[in-house]
Design a protein. Structure first.
Length: 94
């Protein structure tokens, strides 16, 4: 799996790849994202993690975190179940 980082402020993942991580049909991904039902977050590494990125997507009761290098090659995929309160990203790192 590879992330398109040609626009570093707006990485792109293939809908089929993201759909597979959430057990969705690829045709469902874009409408769900536009409706705000698959929120995403981009984190850029600093210091020893400079040049690395982490993308987090949440849908229903699942969170997927993809870690990738500066070329967009995914090195780690972590899927975790989440509850309704876990969907607020502002409380993730308190």
């Amino acid at each position: 799996m590879k992330i398109d980082l040609s626009d570093p402020n707006q990485p792109t993942i293939d809908a089929a790849d993201l759909a597979g991580l959430f057990d969705l049909d690829p045709s469902q991904v874009q409408p769900l994202m536009r409706a705000g039902k698959i929120p995403s977050r981009l984190e850029t590494g600093i210091d020893k993690d400079a040049g690395r990125f982490r993308l987090t997507f949440t849908y229903a009761n699942k969170r997927v975190r993809l870690s990738c290098d500066s070329a967009g090659n995914v090195s780690s995929t972590v899927r975790t179940p989440v509850g309704p309160l876990d969907l607020d990203y502002d409380t993730d790192h308190r």
